[in-house]
Design a binder for this molecule. Structure first.
Ligand SMILES: Nc1ncnc2c1ncn2[C@@H]1O[C@H](COP(=O)(O)OP(=O)(O)OP(=O)(O)O)[C@@H](O)[C@H]1O
Length: 606
């Protein structure tokens, strides 16, 4: 049910006011600005190809007819007839056409790739600062669809809309101009045919194709979201035998897509049939108009086939327009989807000034409130916390207490609404986000491993790290032995999300990354979550070595490892409710001692 609703949502507003369309297309053209010479070069070569085809057909018609007439005139006339000049002209047009078509393909492909790269880079630079707070409302499959498919569609704008439209306009005027040498009446007739067909037929196909085109963009996106979600949640789907239901939903989307594609194919067929019909009608009308001129000796006998074949060649100039306009709806929908994300205002501004100078990265939070966009209550509701540089501090709390929100705050993934948060005496807001993140390395249960090699996963933390450094980090993270035992060593592929590694090994790759980053702060966000008790103990022991010389924020809802912390703060509903060493808190009749008693009574409950 949900998917039908989403479908309706994603395809609504397909008939956008023309002003909006023009604005979007104008914006696209402006984005393409740096490649205008490539674009115009491609269009010029396309124009040359079309005009040489027009010249080829027209001259061939004239040549064949005049040669035949010379032949009919007898031996003497034939001898006088100059075959060479028109034959050379035909060869010249044919050669120009072949070469310009070849060059046009090269130039337009080059332009297309450059535009594609430009669009993707531009979109990515808009996307990155939005993550994660500004992208909360989007699903990853949807963003992927915008980044890949919608940008591909937009790219068609150059090949399918811009070039054909520009070329059609210039070619129509040029060819009508050539006809004007023979007769104004014929020139006007050709112009009316080309301009009328070139405008009316595309407008008709645009109207017919707008809805299906826009819907196709929406459905394709839903389809990708469905597939990406299905792949990510494959284990759950198999466990709960939900595969058939997902298959049914995917099938429904597939059918919807096929229906739109069939409708678009019919419209495309109608467009090319209409073009063929108008082309033939134009030949017929021009011939009918030209016959009296031949009778009146205004035109020569051989001019008639020249004009007829010239008309035939001229229609190549507008042949691509119905298809171009038919897909305008799709292009428009793609442009809207791209600009929608690109225009999403930044969730909060990034500091633009120079990075504050930090001598000692002490952290101090006072009355700090953080509320997520759209949430109805604060995740951090007046936190007071002091973490002197070089100390180890644990934040203990039940699920949903706001522990990870503290990490989100420090990494500047989300902004705080009130209170103050200072690092080294400077508000977090005064740090450019990239600069602030240099102070923190993070190991969490969610540390993401990319579907690549162990080496690449480590280089994420320090791109320029030498091989020795990688091995040293792996050794400290107690993973070097395992990596050495793999046939591919550092080049072992870890699989998507690190599926080819055990939970503990994956976590150790994350530790090695943190070591490579060598930041003064280490945030451990439930780093042992999901590990069995023995692995957990070993892991925490190894972590202690890495904590040396760093300020540590250990976020956990478990009591393990707290004895090694300088201070433990208990977070409850977004507030620090108790603080002290682990021993002190155990002594008190507070939350921690209740927690500990409860855990002892039912140890398997977390
Ligand atoms: N991105 C988000 N958007 C909206 N609300 C969020 C977001 N992240 C967390 N929350 C909400 O903020 C509150 C605190 O969440 P947080 O993840 O900080 O808790 P936690 O203590 O780390 O929990 P856990 O131990 O389960 O990870 C919760 O009510 C949660 O639903």
């Amino acid at each position: 049910m949900m998917h039908f609703w989403r479908l309706a949502e994603s395809t609504q507003g397909w008939r956008q006011p023309i002003g909006g369309t023009m604005r979007d297309l104008y914006r696209l053209l402006k984005l393409f600005g740096p490649f205008k010479f490539w674009m115009l070069g491609g269009a010029f070569l396309a124009l040359l190809t079309i005009l040489s085809n027009f010249g080829l057909l027209a001259l061939s018609g004239w040549f064949l007819a005049s040669a035949a007439l010379a032949g009919l005139g007898g031996y003497a006339t034939m001898n006088l007839y100059n075959f060479f000049l028109p034959a050379a002209g035909v060869r010249a047009f044919a050669t120009i056409r072949v070469i310009s078509r070849w060059l046009e393909r090269i130039v337009t492909h080059e332009a297309t790739f450059r535009l594609l790269a430009q669009l993707r880079t531009w979109f990515y630079t808009r996307l990155e600062p939005l993550a994660p707070a500004g992208l909360q409302g989007y699903r990853s499959g949807d963003i992927l669809s915008r980044l890949v498919a919608d940008i591909d569609t937009l790219n068609n704008f150059y090949l399918r809309v811009f070039t054909p439209f520009l070329v059609a306009g210039v070619a129509t005027l040029t060819m009508a101009g050539v006809f004007a040498f023979f007769s104004w009446r014929l020139a006007i007739a050709l112009f009316l045919f080309l301009a009328g067909t070139g405008l009316l037929l595309p407008l008709l196909t645009e109207r017919l194709g707008a809805r299906s085109g826009a819907e196709m963009t929406g459905i394709q996106s839903d389809y990708r979201v469905q597939v990406v979600d299905g792949m990510q949640g494959m284990a759950e789907l198999l466990t709960y035998n939900a595969g058939p239901e997902i298959l049914r939903r995917t099938g429904t989307l597939n059918d919807a897509l096929l229906r739109r594609q069939a409708s678009m194919a019919q419209i495309a067929g109608f467009g090319s049939a209409g073009m063929g019909f108008m082309g033939n009608l134009a030949i017929w009308v021009i011939v009918v108009l030209a016959i009296p001129l031949v009778h009146g000796r205004v035109l020569g006998d051989s001019d008639l086939p020249l004009l007829a074949l010239g008309v035939m060649g001229s229609f190549e100039a507008i042949a691509a327009l119905p298809l171009a306009f038919q897909f305008l709806g799709q292009t428009r929908a793609a442009a809207r989807r791209i600009f929608e994300v690109a225009d999403t205002p930044l969730p909060f501004p990034d500091a633009s000034g120079p990075a504050p100078r930090v001598d000692r990265p002490d952290l101090e939070l006072k009355g700090l409130h953080l509320r997520y966009p759209g949430a109805n209550r604060d995740a951090l509701a007046g936190v007071d916390l002091r973490v002197p540089a070089g100390t180890r501090v644990a934040i203990l709390g039940a699920t949903g207490a706001g522990k990870s929100s503290l990490a989100n705050l420090l990494l500047r993934f989300y902004d705080y609404q009130s209170g103050s948060a200072c690092l080294g005496g400077h508000e977090l807001r005064d740090f450019p986000a990239d600069n602030l993140r240099e102070y923190f390395a993070v190991v969490s249960q969610r540390s993401y491993l990319f579907h690549s090699t162990i080496r690449d996963n480590l280089l994420v933390a320090k791109g320029e790290a030498e091989e020795d450094e990688l091995w040293a980090a792996l050794a400290t993270a107690q993973l070097a032995e395992f990596v050495r035992s793999q046939p591919q060593g550092l080049d072992t592929i870890v699989g998507e999300g690190g599926v080819k590694l055990s939970g503990g090994q994956g976590r150790r790759v994350a530790i090695a990354r943190a070591i490579l980053k060598d930041a003064p702060w280490l945030i451990l966000d439930e780093p042992t979550e999901g590990l069995d008790p023995v692995t957990e103990m070993e892991f925490l022991k190894d972590l202690r070595q890495i904590m040396e010389g760093r300020t540590v924020l250990y976020i956990t809802h478990r009591l393990v490892g707290l004895e090694h912390m300088d201070c433990v703060h208990i977070l409850d509903e977004g507030r620090i409710v108790e603080s002290g060493t682990f021993g002190e808190l155990l002594q008190r009749d507070g939350q921690l001692s209740h927690f500990a008693t409860f855990r002892q009574a039912i140890p398997e409950i977390r």
